[in-house]
Design a protein around this ligand. Sequence first.
Ligand SMILES: [Zn+2]
Ligand SMILES: [Zn+2]
Length: 105
Amino acid sequence: MTGQPARFTRRREDFTCEHCGTPVRGDGYTNHCPHCLWSKHVDVAPGDRAADCGGAMPPVGVLYEDGRQVLVQRCERCGHQRRNRVAAGDEPAAIEALYGRPVPD
Ligand SMILES: [Zn+2]
Ligand SMILES: [Zn+2]
């Protein structure tokens, strides 16, 4: 098998968003709610579910990397920050609402 970074573990998981209650159909890549963009701190490397923090990760900003929109989320519990590609099904209005916010490094 080639074409996948070795550290990415793909899992399909359906879950219910703990922030807004939207049922989210997992596609194996998206781990945030497409409606409110909140996620949960469960990964150390993307997809590995190795973090035992479990804190809520609200979106704190959006930026561009290589011409693609990247969502920045920050764990409310431990302060861990993560960047996530914006997924095709993500709510455009929720992303727009993040524009203009300072993105911490
Ligand atoms: Zn949500
Ligand atoms: Zn955390």
